[in-house]
Design a protein around this ligand. Sequence first.
Ligand code: M6R
Length: 365
Amino acid sequence: GLGRFEHYMLKEIFEQPQTIENAMRGRLDDEEATAHFGGLNLTPQQLRRINRIVLTGCGTSWHAGLVGEYLIEEFARLPVEVEYASELRYRNPPLAEGTMVFAITQSGETADTLAAMRECKRKGLPSLAICNVVGSTIAREADGGVYLHAGPEVGVASTKAFTSQVTVLTLLGLFLGRMRNLSYQAGQRIISHLRSMPEVVQRTLECNDAVREVAEKYFQARNALYLGRLYNFPVALEGALKLKEISYLHAEGYPAAEMKHGPIALVDRDTPSIFVVPRGHIHPKVISNMEEIKARKGPIIAIACEGDDKVAEIADDVICVPDTEEFLQPLVTAVPLQLLAYHIAVLRGCNVDRPRNLAKSVTVE
Ligand code: M6R
């Protein structure tokens, strides 16, 4: 049931400290400073022979894949490609031996993701699933995989599945990294940061009231831009998708530095830009991207770390989130964007849990 919540989407957003915990349960190994998965069904030899990874999925699951690309390349130094399942299934990419395919899917029933996985299996590649629904078609047909254990996701807008997927991909990066060039010490550091995430995301949820106030200010806008860089670029895409699907507002996600190559022409007084700008080595660069928008009189909403005076000086509104390691920031910064889409949709009188034209699982191509 809904408990104290008015909508499933809100309930599922607030479940995230717990679902992130569930995605890690029993999988962290302090002794060896790595992660373990029960169901990959591959021998250590087979795993060591992997020299390339393809992550495929649709919508939010594809966004999680983009975070996974950055994580796995950083931790395991393996080349990763992220492909829309609907493209992969009809393309004819060279899939050399040593490539491992992961189908990322909440429902395990998405037609394009299933077809992409079957196509890769036909070509002899080990195909694993990162899936939430136990016993779903993709979970059954995959050679092995990792369950999210996020519990049923009812809201059509995917929220907790995204953070669980990102958590599992972090574990996977750790695991593949520790079989390659990631040191024991580095593995331990990653584990200790991961362990703190349920509590950090719990604190992040305290931004809910601040987000609602921002939503009240902007819900009549007609367009919005979501901007971030590195680990927060996929988060920007995900924030824009949430707004589009449940509030029917036009939104676009972009890597912040790409704005000057075209989209900045859209900026005016009525077009808010939502900057995802937590602390990290790219922070000063994102600040200059904010200044470019400011100079064109675009309103700026910033998702930034507590006490970031530099951001506060430039932005019209700031939503504060806790400081975290760069590679774990998506787990934190996605939360205010989920809440922003939620509150704007409610203020616009939209059916949050069952938006028009959409189904929870897309079983047709
Ligand atoms: O069940 P899946 O993860 O395979 O679904 C993929 C997309 O259909 C899904 O993420 C969709 O984009 C959501 N409605 C986004 O909130």
